[in-house]
Design a binder for this molecule. Structure first.
Ligand code: ADE
Length: 252
């Protein structure tokens, strides 16, 4: 059975996954990162903290594919909501990703990855559909709990374009410019589009799961930090656990 790679940019985004690995997992240190190899909820996995940004994500994706023979890659973590329909607490599953800070004009079109001939990377439909279904089930359970007293409105699950760049977007003007340039983009984050490019180049299926922590505006930093500490790990584990237990992310 091939190995599933699960990557996150910050420790809190993968903490509950590492804690849930079956006894006997091994840790391998390569390029200043720890790669945790073992079994998670019945599925052979390699889990790694990529750190933040496109270069970090690309390096980590290359290593899990080349050194650990990952046959599928899932990136999970937080994102800033861009689209008007996307609220804090919602979940976004990427159907495609692009790099909003790639601009080699006039040599190539805006956003086009030079010499690759494309600007958007489509995720694996089966992996993404599994993530979406599990996210919807998680959100339904969460909404039921909310009806019993919690303050947040019922979260939604969205599927669509994610914009990636080496920028933490935390002002209204910058967020507005991105919305104007990329009206289809649901959310913004700092790794998915780079991992997608690497997986595309290796021919490895991939998917991206993001929880919306902020609206990419002037309160983004406080909202992000609150979400990272209190919510991110619960969502990630709550969505991935049933999928891994059911074998839906295995390729055997
Ligand atoms: N990840 C979470 N929130 C973000 C934001 N506002 N900008 C970029 N990446 C993010």
């Amino acid at each position: 059975m091939g190995r599933l790679a699960i990557l996150g940019a910050l420790h809190e985004e993968i903490a509950d996954l590492l804690a849930a690995m079956e006894p006997g997992a091994t840790v391998h240190r390569i390029a200043m990162r720890d790669f945790h190899v073992g079994v998670l909820w019945g599925t052979p996995c390699v889990i790694a903290l990529s750190r933040i940004g496109k270069v970090a994500a690309a390096a980590t994706a290359s290593i899990v594919i080349q050194e650990f023979k990952a046959t599928r890659v899932v990136f999970t973590g937080l994102a800033g909501g861009l689209h008007a329909d996307v609220a804090v607490g919602d979940v976004v599953v990427a159907s495609s990703l692009m790099q909003h800070d790639m601009d080699a004009r006039p040599l190539f079109g805006q956003y086009e990855i030079p010499l690759l001939g494309c600007a958007r990377f489509g995720t694996d439909p089966a992996l993404s559909a599994s993530l979406r279904e599990s996210a919807e089930a998680f959100v339904r359970a969460h909404a039921a709990a909310a009806e019993r007293g919690a303050a947040r409105p019922a979260p939604k699950v969205h599927c669509g374009l994610i914009a990636t760049g080496d920028v933490f977007v935390n002002d209204n003007d910058e967020a507005g410019r991105l919305r104007h340039r990329l009206p289809q983009a649901l959310c913004v984050e700092m790794e998915g589009g780079a991992m997608a490019q690497v997986c595309h180049e290796f021919g490895i299926p991939y998917a991206v799961l993001r929880v919306v922590s902020d609206r990419a505006d002037h309160t983004a930093k406080a909202d992000f930090t609150d979400f990272l500490v209190n919510v991110a790990r619960v969502y990630t584990a709550g969505i991935l656990a049933p999928l891994l237990r059911s074998g839906a992310l295995s390729d055997a």
